[in-house]
Design a protein around this ligand. Structure first.
Ligand code: URA
Length: 228
């Protein structure tokens, strides 16, 4: 693929802006400035340096963000900034969107991608992708509550019960809950349905993915091993 086209595909702006970056000597590969917008490069495994920042080529983007509290997942946030403000411009320009949503006060692992089919595969209840939540409850958690969460509770918008795929009490008032769907406020509503109340909520796992230990709240990284 031609260098200018590569930059364009990665979200660095219009073709003119991409040509400008190349002209200004801001695009490097293996330490060498690349000054020819028409240079043909193999994209597999390609890592460019753009404006001093390493940029691995991905035909489709998949990143994880450590979502802090106080950010909304909506594209049109109402009361708090959008999680999109935590991402660099190229990811925003290429139309990356959250895979499902976390509430404004929920922290933890949020995936974002520009692949509609990946969003569908990861969020469709038919695919049973497990999501693990660490829940801090207002009241002590007892065996009756964990049993009911596993057996299934009825929420107000659907007569079919929703059940946790796994549920264990952690300490006196904590829960680790695994869900395979992503209904609106699902953890909060399930916990309320068994007579308790969510005071803090953190997503620690999405499918096989966990946040890297060195990723701080508000930071993002490419999903390791993602070759899309
Ligand atoms: N369930 C909730 O209630 N809130 C979240 O943010 C995620 C799951």
């Amino acid at each position: 693929m031609k260098l200018e086209q590569i930059l364009f595909s990665q979200g660095f702006g219009t073709r003119r802006v991409c040509a400008g970056l190349i002209d200004a000597g801001l695009v490097k590969h293996a330490g060498q400035v690349l000054d020819d917008p028409g240079l043909d490069l193999p994209t597999e495994g390609l890592v460019l340096e753009v404006e001093g920042r390493p940029w691995p080529f991905h035909a489709e983007a998949l990143v994880m963000l450590y979502k802090p509290a106080g950010y909304e997942c909506s594209q049109k946030p109402r009361h708090h900034p959008s999680v999109m403000t935590l991402l660099p411009a190229p990811l925003r320009h290429r139309g990356v969107q959250p895979v499902g949503r976390l509430d404004e006060d929920t922290t933890g692992l949020l995936l974002l991608t520009d692949s509609g089919s990946l969003i569908h595969r990861l969020t469709s209840p038919r695919h049973h992708v497990p999501k693990v939540y660490e829940v801090g409850c207002k009241h002590p958690v007892d065996a009756n509550q964990t049993e009911r969460l596993l057996a299934g509770v009825v929420l107000d918008d659907d007569p079919a019960p929703v059940r946790a795929a796994a549920c264990e009490a952690i300490g006196e008032s904590g829960l680790r809950l695994t869900l395979t769907e992503g209904k609106y406020h699902q953890v909060k509503r399930m916990v309320a349905a068994v007579g308790n109340r969510v005071e803090s909520l953190h997503r620690s796992r999405f499918g096989s993915l966990v946040l890297p230990a060195d990723l701080a709240p508000g930071q993002w990284c490419w999903v390791p091993g993602w070759s899309g």
